[in-house]
Ligand binder design. Structure first.
Ligand SMILES: Nc1ncnc2c1ncn2[C@@H]1O[C@H](COP(=O)(O)OP(=O)(O)O)[C@@H](O)[C@H]1O
Ligand SMILES: [Mg+2]
Length: 360
């Protein structure tokens, strides 16, 4: 599976572009703020259906314009697919081979993004880590997405009720319980899935960290659950009074966290900058490996400014990894010279200047 070609219109700072890709390695170089990341973002949008930098797609439309297009031609095991995403101020429309479809009718194209901002994941709020894990498990697990959606629906209703000033307390208490059984039902699946997948991920992560780490520390992205499966209902019941006071649901997987640790020490408190970078790289490599194990297929890689971020040992490892990587890679960098020659045997490169791609 690979991306043969991409065409953009009014996408961020790119007025118009048509790119025909190499099967393996594609590089976008250029100075800052020229549109390199924007191109990766458009590829991400085509594969996942959403941007990695923005929740609201309207910001993807070029300023002063009312409509944007992102179109791609993909080579899939079942044949070629043309997919288009049309963005207007009113709505987002998706087309497959010219016919309007919902995005979940696109053939799934696994993709792993590696951007320097992701180091922030380790330091950010638990919400950012939950979003990251949710995004990953939606892709890896066959059942996660539906349970996550149903759980969030029940949670939103329960929170709305808790914030309602007009309903008397006793009535509220009664209604709260209605949302509790779907929360426990779907939340329990989320907890089990998170446990199982994080276990799997951590086994791989620890191996990678040993290979690329500075020393032989054990690395974990440890699942720290807000509530145990067995106690979910009872704790929820016990917290009702407090929840009424604080006007929010306090029990359940929406309050879970995932703690990046080296030898049980939280990395955000004790880790060095280098350790955090290494941890993030190991985490990304693990993500790729999980896809390979589960889907029997290597994901496309989007590498945003990654080369400038790594020190010698890690970049040596990463480049030799990339060289033997079997799926397609899209990388951005400030200069082509940042890539070792061995990496650039078979590739295509563009320089991006003010939103316009120029072939080398
Ligand atoms: N909706 C938009 N319309 C026009 N320009 C935009 C839009 N969104 C972002 N930009 C511009 O895109 C540029 C950043 O592009 P980016 O791909 O992040 O650059 P880089 O080459 O550094 O990766 C900035 O100059 C920004 O102002
Ligand atoms: Mg960039």
């Amino acid at each position: 599976m690979y991306l043969k070609a991409l065409s953009l219109k009014n996408f961020r700072n790119i007025p118009e572009a048509s790119l025909s890709f190499h099967e393996k390695f594609n590089v976008f170089v250029g100075a800052n703020a020229q549109g390199k990341t924007n191109i990766l973002e458009s590829i991400h949008l085509l594969s996942i259906g959403r941007s990695f930098r923005l929740a609201d797609y309207k910001g993807l439309i070029s300023w002063e314009k009312t409509e944007a297009f992102v179109r791609a031609w993909l080579e899939l095991p079942i044949g070629e697919e043309e997919r288009t995403i049309q963005l207007t101020v009113e709505k987002k429309k998706t087309f497959k081979n010219g016919k309007g479809v919902s995005p979940n009718q696109f053939q799934f194209m696994p993709i792993v993004l590696f951007a320097p901002e992701e180091i922030l994941l380790l330091k950010d709020s638990p919400q950012a880590r939950r979003d990251y894990v949710d995004g990953l498990l939606i892709k890896l697990s066959a059942i996660y997405e539906e349970h996550l959606r149903d759980y969030k629906r029940a949670l939103t209703q329960r929170n709305k009720l808790l914030k309602d000033e007009l309903i008397p307390k006793e009535e509220k208490k009664k209604q709260m319980t209605l949302w509790e059984s779907p929360m426990v039902e779907h939340g329990s699946v989320l907890i089990k899935e998170r446990e199982a997948w994080m276990n799997k991920l951590n086994g791989i992560l620890n191996e990678y960290y040993k290979i690329i780490g500075h020393d032989a520390k054990s690395a974990q992205f440890a699942y720290s659950n807000n509530v145990n499966l067995e106690e979910f209902s009872t704790v929820q019941e016990a917290k009702r009074e407090e929840e009424l006071e604080r006007k929010a649901s306090l029990v359940g997987p929406h309050r879970d966290d995932f703690k990046a640790q080296l030898d049980t020490h939280p990395i955000n408190a004790y880790g060095s900058q280098g350790e955090m970078r290494t941890f993030t790289l190991a985490l990304k490599l693990s993500e790729i490996k999980l896809f390979e194990e589960v889907l029997n297929q290597s994901p496309l890689l989007l590498l945003d400014d990654v080369v400038s971020e790594l020190d010698e040992k890690r970049s040596a490892y990463f480049f030799s990894y990339l060289q033997s990587y079997t799926a397609q890679v899209f990388a951005t960098a400030t200069a082509l010279s940042l890539f070792p020659k061995d990496c650039l045997k078979e590739f295509r490169a563009w320089e991006i200047r003010q939103g316009k791609p120029f072939t080398f």
